[in-house]
Design a protein around this ligand. Structure first.
Ligand code: ZN
Length: 395
C-alpha cells in the first residue's frame, strides 16, 4: 500500500535557495503548460495532447526531466477533471491561473536515498551538462520502498515522501456486518451484528474546530477593515494561514486517533463489512444551523463536509489493511422513525424514547436504523440484541 508522509529536512543554506528555485521553475513549467495549451487551442481548436505537451517542454527547464513531466501531468489531470465535471453540467473553470511556485516532484529515477537519511535530488541534464544534485538530510527514512518525493511548502519547505509500506493484506474469516452513523462533528456511533455497539466522541476535535472558526472569523473581520494587499492585511493573512495549517494538523491527528480506535473495535468484533452513513449526518447539521445566521451555516457545512470526507478516507484505508470492506450509503435513512411501531418522532434529548416502549441512545438508535435500512432494506427491529453501549473518548 502506498502511504505518504510530510517531513522536514536539513540542508545547506545554498541548497535551500536552490530548492526554492526548483519550485519557482516548476511554477514556470506550469505557466508554460497554460501558454502552450492556449496556443494550441487557438490555432487548432483542439486540446494539446500529452505527448505534444511533453515534447514542447522537454529540455526547456533546468530541473530533472521527470520533474517537468510531473507538472505537465498535474496540468493534464486538472484539465481532464474539469472536462469531466463540465460534461455532467458543472461550470468548473479550466486551469488558467499563473503560478509563481509549484511543488517539484522527483520520480523514481530522480532521487537517491541513503540509509543514514541523506537524500540526493537529481537536477538532470540541462543544455548538455549534468547539474549538481541537491543534497538534503532527513532524520528518519520511512520503511519501505520510496516511490516519489515532492517538495512542498507549508510555512517552510518540507518533503512529502510517498512510499510502499509493504503491508500485507490480512486474511481472515470475519462474519459480522456493522453500520456507522456519523453524527455531529466527529462522533461515530456504530452497531455490529454481534450486538456490540460503540460511541466515539470527539470532544477534542470539536473544540479545535470551534477555536479555529473563532480565530478565523476574528482575523477575517480585521482583514475586512483594511485594504486588500496592504501591510497589515498581509500580516493578518499570514496569521490566517498559520491558524489553518496548525489546526489542520491537529484535526488530522485527532481523526487518525479516532479512526484507529474504530478499526480496532471492528477487528475485535470480527467485522467484515462496514456501512457508512453520510448524507444524513450532513443534513442534520444543516437543518440545525438553519436557525442561525446564513453565513455561519455555510462555513459550518463546509467544515463538516471536509471532516466527513477525511473521516471516510482515513477509515477506508485503515480498514482496507484489515481487509474489512467499507461502503458509503447515500440513501436517506431516518433517525426519526421508531423501529418497533414505525411512528416518526423528533428526537430532542440524548435518548430516543417511543410511547410503544422502545428506547435507545439517540446515536445508537440512528446507527441501528441505518443498519436495518442498509442490510434488511427497511427500518425495523434488529435481528440481534444490543449489548451495553461502550463509550470511547478521544483525548
Ligand atoms: Zn415505537
Amino acid at each position: 500500500m502506498i502511504r505518504s508522509m510530510k517531513i522536514s529536512f536539513r540542508a545547506h543554506k545554498e541548497t535551500i535557495d536552490r530548492l526554492f528555485l526548483c519550485n519557482r521553475v516548476s511554477g514556470e513549467v506550469w505557466n508554460q503548460c497554460l501558454e502552450l495549451s492556449k496556443e494550441t487551442h487557438l490555432k487548432t481548436g483542439k486540446w494539446i495532447t500529452k505527448s505534444e505537451l511533453q515534447k514542447q517542454t522537454k529540455g526547456m527547464f533546468p530541473i530533472h526531466s521527470q520533474s517537468v513531466q510531473a507538472v505537465c501531468h498535474k496540468y493534464l489531470f486538472a484539465r481532464d477533471a474539469t472536462n469531466k465535471a463540465r460534461k455532467v453540467g458543472y461550470k468548473n473553470k479550466y486551469p488558467y491561473k499563473q503560478k509563481k511556485y509549484f511543488n517539484t516532484k522527483w520520480a523514481n529515477n530522480g532521487f537517491k536515498v541513503f540509509e543514514n537519511g541523506k537524500i540526493e535530488l537529481s537536477m538532470g541534464i540541462f543544455e548538455g551538462k549534468r547539474q549538481a544534485p541537491l543534497t538534503v538530510w532527513i532524520k528518519e527514512v520511512p520503511v519501505g520502498q520510496i516511490k516519489e518525493i515532492e517538495l512542498i511548502f507549508d510555512r517552510q519547505l518540507l518533503l512529502s515522501i510517498a512510499y510502499e509500506n509493504n503491508q500485507i493484506i490480512k486474511e481472515h474469516t470475519f462474519e459480522n456486518r456493522a453500520a456507522i452513523d456519523v453524527g455531529e462533528v466527529h462522533t461515530i456511533a456504530a452497531v455490529a451484528e454481534n450486538g456490540e455497539n460503540i460511541i466515539l466522541t470527539g470532544r477534542k476535535l470539536r473544540s479545535i474546530h470551534r477555536l479555529r472558526n473563532k480565530r478565523l472569523a476574528e482575523l477575517q473581520r480585521k482583514m475586512s477593515k483594511c485594504t486588500k494587499g496592504s501591510k497589515q492585511w498581509i500580516k493578518y493573512n499570514r496569521a490566517k494561514k498559520y491558524v489553518l495549517s496548525k489546526s489542520e494538523k491537529q484535526l488530522q491527528d485527532g481523526l487518525h486517533k479516532t479512526t484507529h480506535q474504530f478499526v480496532n473495535w471492528c477487528v475485535e468484533n470480527e467485522v467484515k463489512e462496514v456501512a457508512f452513513g453520510d448524507i444524513d449526518g450532513v443534513q442534520r447539521n444543516t437543518s440545525r444551523c438553519k436557525k442561525k445566521k446564513v453565513r455561519r451555516r455555510t462555513t459550518n457545512q463546509k467544515l463538516s463536509n471536509w471532516s466527513f470526507g477525511k473521516l471516510y478516507a482515513y477509515l477506508k484505508y485503515k480498514l482496507e489493511v484489515e481487509k474489512i470492506k467499507i461502503e458509503k450509503h447515500d440513501e436517506n435513512y431516518t433517525t426519526q422513525q421508531c423501529p418497533c411501531c414505525a411512528k416518526k418522532r423528533k428526537v430532542s434529548s440524548r435518548l430516543y424514547k417511543c410511547p410503544c416502549g422502545y428506547s435507545n441512545h439517540r446515536d445508537i438508535h440512528g446507527a441501528s436504523n441505518f443498519f436495518a435500512k442498509t442490510f434488511y432494506g427497511e427500518i425495523r427491529e434488529l435481528d440481534f440484541n444490543l449489548k451495553q453501549t461502550k463509550y470511547l473518548r478521544i483525548a
